[in-house]
Design a protein. Sequence first.
Length: 451
Amino acid sequence: MNIRRARLLKQGRHGEGPVLYWMHRDHRVRDNWALNFASLLSRRAEAPLLVVHCLDPAYPMARAEHFRFLINGLEAVRDGLMARGIAFVQLLGDPAIQVGNLARTLDAHAVVSDFDPLRHKRHWLATLCESTVCPVQEVDAHNVVPCFIASDKAEYMARTLRPKIHRHLPEFLDDLPEPPKQSRPSGANPGGITRDQLERAIPHLKTAHLPSNFQPGEAAALTALERFVTSGLHGYSTRRNDPSLDGQSGLSPWLHFGMLSAQRTALAVASSMAPSEDKQAFLEELIVRRELADNFCLHHADYDSTSCYPDWARRTLAKHAGDPRPYLYSKHELEAGQTHDPAWNAAQLEMTATGKMHGYMRMYWGKKLLEWTSSPDEAQEIAVYLNDRYELDGRDPNGYAGIAWSIGGVHDRPWAERPVFGQVRYMNFQGLKRKFDVEAYIAKVDMLAGK
């Protein structure tokens, strides 16, 4: 594998124990560069490989449904690793503390971690590095081009990152190897916790309802990918922005939870028989736009606050802070989808009932929050709360970048000035009606929600 996918976070003393792979973003056995890199280190050191995951019951904004999707997927990971002779340990609690304790107890040779740009994940890794004596490395198995290779600074917009990504694609968009196997024993049994203990730690986990169209695990993810490539990719370039149609891939929950590799997805799409314009449209979103979001969160630790907005946007929003709002809704009314706008209400219902809002409607949804709340700060807070609480793919760089684009002009440019929005791009209901059949979209959502 290309070892430039990995970077050293901490030098240290190699212990006599196993190589630990700390899985916390890429929850899969196949197509996992972090697992492959940890296996490479273990073979070089003639040390066993051990995979560890730690569930944090206090994970920001996670609901029982999110935990159940993850936990069910992790059971498939455990079985897949065991079939390849690799032990899997499930821990519970503060991940940095628990994984650090395990590394010290086992005298780990090294720790390999998933890469994640989110603030709390960076804190986890910093804490781990302080508490361990062995080397710590992280591997970006989530992006096609590793985030720390693509760019070393915050990119202004997609057009500034795109050429950098494309320049690196010949190096990183390569074939994926088979998952590693291990013949040597994993050493002493480090224990771990059971499913019953997880269910006692997460309130309402047993009764959490998962959307029928999103089943957890990498097998379900690969089935969804095959279905999209064979029957959904054709026409994607024109159908994807019509919420009344089923024109999107629907893959984001599996991509978010790392049950599906973006690289596997890109290779499958690129080798398909779909028209070139459809493949190019999808790959632009999968690679450039998605990796732009990781770049944004890595270089803006305040990605969920209005302070992350560009200077021009903060100035123009401040200028229009006192503008009268056409409507003002409370957080409760917005959460319940109780506004005057039937399209917005349908988008909110789609999210709460199915765990996934259409991407085009997410943009409109965010912009109306700016228009119907007392300030950009309130709009930002409510948008993050609703997105992270109800979206199955919430708590993700894509969500934070999308909200910041909708409300605060991140990765966008100034537009014509108007009340409330200032120079931030505007969207309205009449624009939706010109774009697609709004009534058909509302009827589709009602059917999905069982109304």
